[in-house]
Write a protein that binds this ligand. Structure first.
Ligand SMILES: Cc1ncc(COP(=O)(O)O)c(C=O)c1O
Length: 285
């Protein structure tokens, strides 16, 4: 039980798992990645995650070094070797190493890294009481580079946003773009609820096509909850009855305080609770 790493198909212990300092993932964040979790020891949406990984890689012209079906086998193998009750899995593809310089043609060959660790799930209190968040004004790097929707290794914006969140005692930062619209969280998608209608940014805003977001949208359809696909302005979001975020590791968490101000009733709202129950029930089927 514990953390295991696989680099290029070889299993390593965490203390011997090393990558060259010339690897462009290290030098430039020139890599793509996925974060996956297990439920009951089974990988959640593995194929969707690996397809998104391949699509992120395509967008930045990195070729995934082995077919994703084989990558899936490697993930399953490492998961079995780690033998945790529940695991957190990270899959990284970097453009690889080579002579120094920005030119991607300098990269010799792409490298694949898989990390499996015991899952640290959010405490139950976060689901019961909700969490606090701050807002962070910026542009997503993927959007700026014209590769919106790609899950790139360069997460510096989210790192800085989380620094601000932590300093304010908050657990997430919502990214507000140059137009004053709320697009997503530092590592989550965002939903607002107003008068029973959900509002969530559409994919063309450059957000990540969140797998949890997609599952929640499916539940909205089943439950007959109307959804408006648009990025709300920060002013509109602040006055929503409910706000929640979605991500693979955290599932769904209600934001009950935003920038120090109460959201709605100050407790996780009825739409959030209904959708969380539906989302969790859908995991059983
Ligand atoms: C920027 C960003 N948006 C959204 C998400 C949520 O995506 P998913 O539900 O596929 O985990 C993440 C997850 O890490 C993320 O980093």
């Amino acid at each position: 039980m514990g953390t295991l790493v696989m680099i290029g198909g070889e299993i390593r212990s965490p203390d011997t798992a090393t990558i060259s300092v010339f690897d462009r993932g290290f030098l430039y964040g020139d890599s793509v990645f996925e974060t996956i979790r297990t439920y009951g020891g089974e990988l959640f949406a593995l194929t969707e995650h690996l397809e998104r990984l391949e699509s992120s890689a395509d967008k930045v012209f990195i070729s995934v070094p082995i077919p994703i079906a084989r990558l899936a086998d490697e993930v399953r193998h490492l998961l079995a070797e780690a033998a945790n009750d529940e695991s957190y899995v990270r899959v990284v593809i970097t453009r690889g190493g080579g002579a120094m310089g920005l030119d991607p043609n300098l990269a010799e060959s792409p490298e694949r890294v898989i990390i499996v660790s015991p899952l640290v799930a959010p405490p139950a209190a976060y689901y019961q009481d909700g969490i606090t968040a701050v807002t962070f004004k910026s542009q997503r790097p993927a959007e700026v580079a014209g590769v919106g929707g790609a899950k790139l290794g360069n997460y510096l914006l989210s790192v800085l946003a989380m620094k601000q969140a932590k300093e304010a005692g908050a657990l997430e930062a919502l990214i507000v773009d140059g137009n004053g619209s709320v697009v997503e969280g530092a590592s989550s998608n965002v939903f607002g609820v107003r008068d029973g209608r959900l509002i969530t940014p559409e994919l063309r805003t450059g957000i990540l096509r969140g797998i949890t977001r997609q599952r929640v949208l499916e539940q909205c359809e089943i439950l007959g909850l109307p959804v408006e696909m648009r990025a709300p302005s920060l002013d509109e979001l602040r006055t929503c009855d409910e706000i929640f975020i979605t991500s693979s590791i955290r599932e769904m968490l209600a934001i009950v305080t935003l920038d120090g101000a109460r959201v709605g009733s100050g407790k996780p709202g009825p739409v959030y609770r209904q959708l969380l129950a539906a989302f969790r029930a859908s995991l059983q089927s």
